[in-house]
Write a protein that binds this ligand. Structure first.
Ligand SMILES: [Zn+2]
Length: 203
């Protein structure tokens, strides 16, 4: 079932690379490693083979070994695999898989394969874990247009317009073509008949 013409993965002289991680970091690192090796051109059966045999985590306290495949299953919801897996449950909670072990650290070893140089892919995996790349947008599925009132820029404009209207309402002119409110009636004001004419104010 090996890919046609490819050498068995064990025939490589490139060295392995190691990184020590807290138990709860194993899942994130595994996700970063998947991204990193896919970026190296690994896919399909090669990917399965890589995580099945070239990635392993070992508890620094008790030596319990966890395969790369098992690391991948840690990101699944508990019970997804069908059978109860107390070891995986403990690892998900940040504890060593062995109930009697107090260690919180695992040493992860990644072997090189023809397409993957461990010394490069491990730092890359750490980087991708800390800063995951944005999901690429599919060019084939046109996105539904965002209604104009939901566009961020327009929302700012609407907010600004509302603010202007409020200020205008409160402080704007009370006369003339721009008037949108009237001064409250002043009952002490003189009746019209007494205005103008003599130029004298009432009282
Ligand atoms: Zn342990």
């Amino acid at each position: 079932m090996n890919a046609v013409g490819s050498k068995p993965m064990s025939e490589t002289s490139k060295p392995s690379a190691e990184v020590r991680l807290r138990v709860e970091e194993l899942t994130g690192f595994h996700a970063g490693l998947v991204h990193a090796v896919v970026g190296c051109g690994l896919g399909g059966p090669e990917l399965t083979e890589f995580f099945g045999g070239k990635v392993r985590a070992t508890c620094v306290g008790c030596g319990l070994a966890v395969s790369g495949e098992e690391l991948g299953r840690l990101s699944l919801a508990p019970g997804t695999g069908g059978e109860p897996d107390p070891q995986a449950d403990r690892l998900r909670l940040g504890y060593c898989g062995r109930p009697t072990c107090q260690s919180r650290f695992y040493q992860v070893v990644v072997d090189s394969v023809p397409k993957v140089e461990a010394a490069q892919v491990v730092p890359r995996a750490l980087e991708l874990w800390k800063n995951p790349p944005p999901e690429p947008e599919s060019p084939h599925v046109p996105k539904a247009p965002v209604p104009w009132w939901k566009q961020r820029r327009n929302q700012y404009a609407l907010g600004a317009l509302a603010l202007v209207l409020v200020v205008w309402w409160k402080l704007g002119p009370t006369e003339g073509p721009l008037a949108i409110r009237k001064e409250p009636t002043k009952y002490q004001a003189a009746p019209d008949a007494y205005r103008g004419g003599s130029g004298e104010a009432l009282q």
